[in-house]
Ligand binder design. Structure first.
Ligand code: ARG
Length: 452
């Protein structure tokens, strides 16, 4: 076949394997078959190719699918190889499949078709993670734990309040991925090389057949735009960053004995028999680096590319596949690790008051009883350095106010404020950690999860 011979002449040299994306295109083998089928059906219905030729092409595509990607003839990419396979099966008429298109709109369609599926899978894993977090919050709405800023004991909180903090962030990750999905889900087919075609193609029909939500209007934009790839990788990278923070928290909690990871999500040491290490979460934490690398690689490849198609785009695509695979897996593992972890309520309760973590509540109490907050802050700060208990507060009151604490506040209320559980219960402002404030956050979180 002449076209096959011609191709060999142009890319048979030492650069052939450098040029070829055939191996990596395994990822879009099924997508390309779907795109070929839709395009062929449209060509026949528009009277651009004869029905019987279209029938033969479709049969040849089926046979090519059965044989699989690994049996494709050699080619610069999967698009060329599948076309060659069709021509080998039915003769020169197989070449009619490529009427009114280019590999440029074809590959853009394949990437969008496959990425759509991959992003949906990534979205699923964010939903599973949110479900795990909501379950943890439901089970632990009154489980007291220390809360930190700068990794120093700050104020007591609950496991539920912590879990819902991440549920909120992962919820926004889901939203971003859904928005990205909508922009991926448009058909570039009919853009051809970039300049459209002389044939009377029906772009909407092809889009419909492939389940796209419409077409990318401008043919140059359709064939060469890759902002959807960058957007997808960025949304994934943001999710990976959320995951890395979650993983780091759980690693620290495991280190302090607050949480025991299930054996399924732990690893041991080849030398130290007693070790149970949070390796899965360390890998989750590291995936943020892979994803940030994906963004960097893709953005750098796309930067300054002129319109329309340039072969650089072939190397842009792989960043997206690597990123979506790594982040989806990390998200799935994080969901499983959170869902199967055991929280050690006793250890957390014993630690919750460490570092005078109820100091803010005591200062709030004094302020609620008429002291300027700054004066209360100073008084409690002095007590913090002298024992951090009621006696220390009393002598700080003598020092700062020149009179007993009792002149300002009921001692029983101070004892309450010093207690971690009661301290948490009193912080019932909207979004706060008090059990009823957490209940109020849980219901909308469950509803958003169902809606997404
Ligand atoms: N394999 C190429 C890619 O992934 C598509 C082929 C377009 N090639 C071309 N020479 N116009 O982008």
């Amino acid at each position: 076949d002449e076209s096959v011979v011609r191709r060999d002449r142009f890319s048979g040299g030492p650069a052939r394997s450098f040029l070829s994306s055939l191996e990596a295109d395994d990822r879009i083998f099924e997508a390309d078959l779907a795109v070929d089928r839709a395009h062929t059906v449209m060509l026949a219905e528009q009277g651009i190719i004869a029905d019987d030729v279209a029938g033969q092409i479709l049969t040849a595509l089926d046979a090519t699918e059965v044989d699989g990607h690994d049996s494709l003839p050699d080619g610069e990419d999967v698009h060329e190889a599948i076309e060659t396979a069709v021509i080998q099966r039915i003769g020169a008429d197989g070449g009619k499949m490529h009427t009114a298109r280019s590999r440029n709109d074809e590959v853009a369609a394949c990437i969008r078709y496959r990425l759509r599926e991959d992003i949906l899978e990534a979205i699923e894993t964010t939903l599973a993670l949110r479900e795990s977090l909501v379950d943890v919050a439901t089970d632990h709405s009154e489980t007291i734990m220390p809360g930190y800023t700068h990794l120093q004991p700050a104020q007591p909180t609950t496991v539920a309040h912590w879990a819902l903090a991440y549920e909120g962030a992962v919820g926004r990750d889901t939203e971003r991925l859904l928005e990205t999905y909508a922009r991926i889900n448009e058909s570039p087919l009919g853009g051809a090389a970039f300049a459209g075609t002389t044939f009377d193609v029906d772009r909407e029909q092809v889009a419909d057949l492939l389940g796209f939500d419409g077409v990318v209007e401008n043919s140059m934009d359709a064939s060469s735009g890759r902002d959807f790839l960058l957007e997808a990788v960025q949304a994934l990278s943001i999710h990976a960053t959320t995951l890395s923070g979650l993983a780091e928290d759980v690693i620290i909690f495991a280190n302090r004995g607050f949480v025991d990871l299930s054996d399924d999500y732990s690893s041991t040491s080849s030398i130290m028999p007693q070790k149970k290490n949070p390796d899965t979460l360390e890998l989750v934490r590291a995936v943020a680096g892979d994803a940030a690398g994906g963004v960097q690689g893709l953005a750098t490849t796309l930067k300054g590319l002129p319109r329309a198609y340039n072969r650089d785009l072939q190397r842009a695509t792989t960043h997206a596949w690597e990123t979506v695979d790594a982040v989806t897996e990390a998200s799935e593992v994080a969901a499983g690790a959170v869902a199967t972890a055991d929280w050690n309520e006793g250890t957390m309760a014993a630690e919750a008051g460490e570092g005078f973590s109820t100091a803010t509540g005591v200062a709030d109490l004094l302020a609620a009883n008429g002291l300027p907050f700054r004066t209360a802050h100073e008084l409690v700060a002095i007590a913090a350095e002298n024992g951090a208990d009621y006696d220390a507060l009393e002598s700080a009151a003598q020092e700062v106010l020149g009179e007993s604490l009792e002149a300002h506040v009921d001692p029983a209320a101070v004892e309450d404020a010093l207690d971690p559980a009661r301290s948490v219960a009193s912080r019932d402002s909207r979004g706060g950690p008090a059990p009823e404030a957490v209940e109020a956050q849980l219901e909308p979180a469950r509803e958003r999860l169902v809606a997404d």
